[in-house]
Design a protein around this ligand. Structure first.
Ligand code: CP3
Length: 349
């Protein structure tokens, strides 16, 4: 062992320090693609499961044990902090988050109060238990970014074009800013609880920000995401959204690691942010069902392309689809671990 070997390849890569192992984890690794998850969740509603520390701990550990990934992601949901401050919502299987009373007026916005650690004691308890079990494997804490959370609150559920959200954003910019300021406070507090309990990195999901033009993103969204991430400078911060190719430079300006979906190559993503940031991504999740040799070559291409960036954390370009054969994920981890460092070295030569 040399002094430069980082005990966590994931944390090393997040700082742009690549050792002899390229790290890999998967968004939505804890969840429906695992039969052991489905068995444990049987009869328990999604949001109820998030409030049971023992269940949260077990579900978070399942993919770490099974696949040997380099990081655990906390089993929870972006809607949990909103539930915790009393918003009436549910997560409907096959649909997504559904909000009983969508937020559209000043009075609705004023009902959004700050989150305190006491609101989510079950999160503190679960993170502490997990950190004890995980040893050297880091736990990633996460939260939803103000825009993505606002989209669910304003639309009342999942949306294709975010018409009501955008109408509020451009039609009542002051109310929009107040809504997002409040959401930023809640999101930052939710991350702080996870980090204070032992999470060693955080990911801010602005999953649906790719629906915005660059100018609307800059004016109405970026400052609020920046406010969340500015509160968490003591751990590596990953910022991710789907379809954000045009937003990457702006997103990079407020974070440490940039998450990239499958639509643009990692080398191009790295170029767009000025070559300064480690990247995370970006295997197309829709290819997980392709013949193994074809998929394996795509994984190799992702690693070669990621070599353009100062650090690379292999991941999918979005979450694991529920119908994924989990043995494919295990094979990807094995491939990344056995071939990753060599592929990166060759790409750099
Ligand atoms: O493994 C992990 O990634 C950790 C757990 C996690 C969940 N949700 C658990 C979950 C994480 C990180 C999230 C984040 C999340 N939740 C995001 C951002 C990530 C992304 O996908 O872009 C978003 C947009 C949500 C909101 C949400 N929650 C959606 C769209 C859905 C899917 C609805 C469906 O059934 O198709 C959920 C439900 C959800 N969150 C499940 C899990 C394991 C499935 C619930 C079930 O098993 O019934």
């Amino acid at each position: 062992m040399t002094a430069s070997v980082n005990p966590s390849p994931f944390l090393g890569a997040a700082k742009g320090e690549m050792g002899d192992r390229v790290p890999v984890w998967f968004m939505r690794q804890a969840g429906r693609s695992l039969p052991e998850y489905r068995a444990l969740r049987e009869g328990t509603a999604m949001l109820d499961s998030c409030r049971q520390p023992e269940m949260v701990t077990e579900i978070t550990l399942q993919p770490v044990r099974r696949h040997g990934v380099d990081a655990a992601i906390f089993y929870s949901d972006i809607m949990v902090p909103l539930m915790a401050i009393g918003i009436d919502l549910d997560i409907v299987s096959g649909v997504g988050p559904v909000v009983a009373h969508p937020i559209r007026t000043t009075r609705d916005v004023e009902a959004l109060r700050p989150l305190t650690p006491d609101d989510v004691g079950y999160v503190t308890e679960a993170v502490r238990a997990l950190v004890a079990e995980l040893g050297e494997t880091p736990l990633i804490g996460f939260t939803g970014a103000p825009f993505t959370l606002a989209s669910y609150l304003v639309e009342g559920g999942p949306s294709k074009n975010y018409a009501r959200t955008k109408a509020l954003m451009v039609g009542q910019p002051e109310l929009w800013d107040e809504l997002c300021r409040r959401l930023a406070v809640i999101s930052a507090a939710f991350l702080r609880v996870q980090v204070d309990a032992g999470a060693r990195a955080v990911q801010l999901f602005d999953s649906w920000a790719g629906a915005l033009s660059v100018s609307d993103y800059r004016r109405h969204v970026l400052p609020h995401s920046a406010a969340v991430l500015a509160e968490l400078t003591d751990v590596p911060r990953i910022h991710f959204g789907v379809g954000t190719g045009e937003l990457l430079a702006d997103m990079a300006s407020i974070t440490d690691v940039i998450g990239v979906d499958w639509r643009i190559e990692l080398a191009e993503a790295s170029r767009r942010v000025g070559g300064t940031h480690p990247v995370q991504g970006n295997i197309d999740p829709a290819l997980l069902g392709a013949p193994w040799e074809v998929l394996a070559d795509r994984v190799r291409d992702v690693i070669r392309s990621g070599a353009a960036a100062p650090g690379h954390i292999v991941n999918l370009g979005h979450g694991v689809p529920p119908d994924t054969d989990p043995t494919v994920l295990t094979r990807i981890v094995e491939l990344v671990h056995t071939e990753g460092a060599q592929l990166r070295a060759e790409a750099l030569a």
